[in-house]
Ligand binder design. Structure first.
Ligand SMILES: [Zn+2]
Length: 346
């Protein structure tokens, strides 16, 4: 797969359809990856990950996706690779972030269950590392797609994020994702035990099959649960998240460099399927990031979400989250004009 640096006329038309009158002037990307190939085993590395993707490359790519908008900042973390020097990748990425000229570009550290928690403590205490990015690859299970939350996000990660009001970015696995009962039980228990930990479930809680997003209903009463829209190319899952969590807990994200691949992910039976431009003759697929913006727009329009609420999704929610404020369940329900008791009993 290739990272696109230019747009076709068809891409530009679709992008205008997504942006005009919808995407506000200020944008914060809550989910992007930087990448340095020298810290990764080269065997089986996808083409788009064979080179370095530094902060300048990221910023240039985002200008392509968001022309005329101001990228105020981003939450960035290394792209998870199975065989890599995580310490080297983290150190490289955080040094990239210290070289920034303008904006608020913050980072999460890639973390594995076997890592020493003290490795991350200093950065989190000082506020240079805003939290952790665990990944199922590091669960130690043979079939990591079946990993339970505890197998790749052990309790020390929750404890650390709770202590420093850090962000924990958990890409759920197992077929049913956020509808999986074991995933739900673990998230409810751990989010309740560690209320200072700010949990972001990327890709609408990995609802690449939009039907699994319905499982968010079980988590809606937890005030420290958020989702991002990154790499979601169907409106339905975003709509479900908007209905269940409200626009104040849905955040715009790109999943760069995935946003700049030509592709689409579709619900398929009980699972989902990724299509890529290079694999289909005359595919006419657009960039994942453009497809995702179109889906977000459609979901907001269908849910009647506009104005200030759209601004929250693109910027305001991230600003609040990074300022380390977690709204109380009462505040969340007041914003949505609903009874907090009903939210607690969803
Ligand atoms: Zn990602």
């Amino acid at each position: 797969m290739m990272i696109e640096n230019t747009l076709t006329q068809a891409d530009r038309n679709l992008l205008n359809e997504a942006l005009d009158g919808f995407v506000p002037e200020r944008v914060f990307d809550i989910h992007g990856h930087l990448h340095a190939a020298q810290f990764c085993a080269q065997d089986g590395l996808a083409d788009h990950l064979k080179k370095n993707l530094n902060l300048s490359a990221y910023r240039r790519s985002l200008e392509l996706l968001l022309p005329g908008r101001k990228l105020e900042g981003a939450l960035l973390f290394p792209f998870p690779i199975r065989e890599c020097d995580r310490g080297g990748l983290n150190a490289w990425m955080f040094s990239e972030l210290t070289n920034q000229e303008a904006g608020s570009f913050e980072g999460l550290a890639l973390a594995s269950p076997g890592d020493n928690p003290e490795t991350f403590e200093h950065g989190m205490r000082e506020g240079t590392c805003l939290g952790l990015k665990p990944y199922h690859y590091y669960s130690g299970r043979a079939d990591t797609m079946q990993a339970t939350v505890e197998e790749f996000v052990p309790e020390w990660m929750w404890e650390l994020c709770n202590r420093y009001e850090g962000i924990l970015m958990i890409h759920l696995v197992r077929e049913a994702g956020v509808s999986d009962p074991d995933n739900q039980e673990a998230l409810i228990r751990l989010c309740t035990k560690y209320p200072g930990c700010k949990l972001i479930l990327p890709h609408i809680a990995r609802s690449f099959n939009f039907r699994t997003a319905r499982g968010l209903k079980k988590l809606a009463r937890l005030p420290n649960v958020y989702v991002d829209t990154s790499a979601i190319t169907e409106a339905e899952g975003i709509r479900i998240a908007l209905d269940l969590l409200g626009p104040e807990r849905v955040l715009f994200g790109t999943d760069y460099p995935i946003s700049h691949l030509r592709g689409h992910c579709a619900t398929a039976g009980t699972t989902f399927h990724w299509f890529y431009g290079e694999e289909i003759e005359n595919s006419q697929l657009t960039l994942v990031g453009i497809d995702s913006l179109l889906s977000l727009r459609q979901a907001c329009e269908q849910a009647g979400i506009k104005g200030r609420d759209v601004e929250r999704i693109f910027f305001g929610n991230a600003e609040e989250l990074l300022l380390r404020k977690i709204p109380t369940i009462e505040a969340v329900s007041a914003q949505r004009s609903i009874d907090p008791v009903s939210l607690l009993h969803l």
